[in-house]
Design a protein around this ligand. Structure first.
Ligand SMILES: Nc1ncnc2c1ncn2[C@@H]1O[C@H](COP(=O)(O)OP(=O)(O)OP(=O)(O)O)[C@@H](O)[C@H]1O
Length: 281
């Protein structure tokens, strides 16, 4: 039994590929972006000197793929997300989206943070519409905002204000604000990190459904190993700072997933081991 399980596990997990697929061409709306991270290193200048944060990171997110990043606190995960989002340039190496270099923020790549950061004086509808307004897309705004709110189940709260929402609802507004742009990549920086545990479980399922229905690629940073294994097709584990990729697992399970699946249990054990937490619980 153990041997059979190990063999199944061996087939379902993979070691890191040495090479990365060639970029496939121009981005298309509604289709997940392919992201290439090639030999990326990054360092910050601090009052105490140079702080190396990322070291020779190589990673490809395939079009439409859901990839989760795990690693010790402060190792450099959010920094990598900022580089992918185009919020700052890498010290060394290259980042690509569908064959084009990532040099600046772009509405095809939307970041969702832990804090929904809604404007309290604007209604839910107006918060979601904000990005379209700033991009001069008001003509199509009504249909797009209505559709985005429907996708996250908040149509009835369009005229509510942020203080009238629960934490989970506010984060759904943040997802709607992202979806209204028809993103090709969602960059997710602990988006469920501030929610209570029950809401978090429900929102994990909702996030999977949004991803499956909308076709975007997703790059998620989380501290929650179960969340990574429940959501992602691939889980990448980083070392302590400067972050290097230590291990990578393919989570070859169909959706919707069962949290008690033996593969999830086994991959959790392996992930915790790589994170230096050899837990027996
Ligand atoms: N703009 C900056 N200037 C200087 N140092 C920075 C800057 N941004 C981040 N750092 C430092 O870089 C390191 C990595 O930070 P980062 O936020 O990427 O880590 P992380 O893995 O996302 O952490 P956590 O899991 O705790 O959120 C930290 O030591 C942080 O203090």
């Amino acid at each position: 039994m153990v041997a059979v399980f190990d063999e199944a596990l061996r087939r379902r997990t993979s070691t890191r590929p040495e090479t990365h697929p060639a970029p496939t061409g121009a981005s298309q709306p509604g289709v997940g972006a392919e992201i290439g991270i090639h030999n990326v290193s990054h360092a910050f200048d601090t009052p105490k000197g140079r702080l190396p944060v990322l070291l020779n990171v190589n990673l490809t997110v395939k079009a439409g793929e859901f990839v989760a990043l795990l690693g010790p606190s402060g190792c450099g995960k959010s920094t990598l997300l900022r580089l992918v989002a185009g919020l700052e340039p890498a010290t060394r190496g290259e980042l690509w989206q569908d064959g084009q270099p990532i040099t600046q923020p772009d509405p095809s790549r939307i970041v969702v943070f832990q804090d929904p950061t809604l404007f309290p004086w604007r209604t839910v509808w107006d918060n979601v519409a904000l990005g379209l307004q700033t991009r001069g897309l008001l003509k199509t705004a009504k249909a797009r905002v209505d559709a985005a709110l429907e996708r996250v189940g908040l149509s009835q709260f369009a005229q509510s204000f942020p203080h009238q929402l629960s934490g989970g609802m506010a984060q759904r507004v943040a997802f709607a604000r992202a979806l209204v742009n028809d993103p090709q990549l969602l960059v997710l920086d602990e988006p469920l990190g501030k929610l209570d545990s029950l809401t978090r479980l429900a929102m994990q399922s909702e996030l999977v459904e949004l991803w499956r229905k909308n076709g975007f690629s997703a790059l998620l940073v989380t501290h929650d190993v179960e969340e990574a294994l429940f959501l992602a097709q691939r889980v990448v584990i980083f070392s302590d700072r400067p972050a290097q990729i230590k291990a990578e697992f393919t989570v070859d399970l169909p959706y919707p997933r069962h949290r008690s699946d033996p593969l999830i249990t086994e991959l959790r054990r392996q992930a915790l081991h790589h994170l230096g937490l050899d837990a027996s619980w």
